[in-house]
Design a protein. Sequence first.
Length: 139
Amino acid sequence: MPVDKCPNGKWRIGKGKCMYDSEETAERAYKGYLSTKWSLLLQRAEKVSPRLAAKLQLLAIGWAGKLKWSPNKEKNLAGYNLYYRFGSNSFYNLDNVKEISPKVSEFMLWDIPKGTHMALTAVDKSGNESGLSEEILFS
């Protein structure tokens, strides 16, 4: 969700209201939104969550890689979320997520930039999400 300048000279987040006086203010508000959203996800995961996917492995082949994990065997599994971030100074956010079918326990990734960090979660049919798996780095 990028920050955009509006025709009236104000700034907005995504397609929201044109209400911020500067790009810096809009970006700060967006970062606050992300941290709140991420915090709520973590709190929810602590209450009721499926077992997380374990033993995450990445076999790198040039700019591609095969991601493998031990599958979650819970009956109400809806799928997995693959979170990724670029560089060690960035953070996982909800814009960088790939939903994966519950029927698979390996996934091919293409055109992965070097320095990409990845972690996996399991999601149940009620929308509960596990904590993050161990993080792996594509280098």
